[in-house]
Design a protein. Structure first.
Length: 160
């Protein structure tokens, strides 16, 4: 069975075998390191969800310790949150919980308006710095890897 694609007045024929051979099999996916990273992240999210919903006393006592520490070390608390937020953004982890946590922590520690301004500013700066770090990593460290994969993908497109 052939699938015909029309691209810029050129007819391209791709057989069903080509589509199956270029796809991912379960064995390939399970051997990749990304698979194990995703499994670890799911386990960690499940663990934190368990703590939040079923162990409220442990979470509330931990939050009180964090709030007291931020009260005592305001600048250092902002710096620690900034670093954690930048790392989460750089590694592309979901950080909606982290953003909500910053709003709650800084608002509780510094008051409504000052806390919102501090939380929004620190979160925005962390995202900007993480974007710059991603750009630098791609430009200088991962350049050869990205170039290799882009050549490989372009050669497959041109080949068909």
């Amino acid at each position: 069975m052939n699938i015909n694609l029309l691209m810029k007045n050129n007819e391209i024929k791709i057989s069903q075998n080509d589509l199956q051979n270029n796809g991912y099999s379960i064995q390939k996916v399970m051997k990749s390191p990304q698979f194990y990273i995703i499994i670890i992240v799911i386990i960690l999210i499940s663990f934190f969800a368990y703590l939040i919903f079923f162990q409220r006393k442990a979470v509330s006592s931990f939050m009180l310790i964090v709030v007291d520490w931020i009260h005592e070390h305001a600048f250092l608390g902002m710096l620690v949150y900034f670093c954690i937020d930048a790392i989460f953004t750089f590694v592309c982890l979901p950080k909606i919980f982290l953003s909500l946590l910053s709003g709650a922590l800084f608002t509780y520690c510094f008051g409504l308006w000052v806390g919102l301004i501090i939380g929004a500013t620190v979160t925005s700066l962390a995202q900007i710095i993480a974007g710059i770090m991603s750009f630098i990593a791609t430009k200088y460290i991962l350049y050869d890897c990205c170039r290799y994969y882009s050549k490989e993908i372009c050669s497959k497109i041109i080949k068909y």
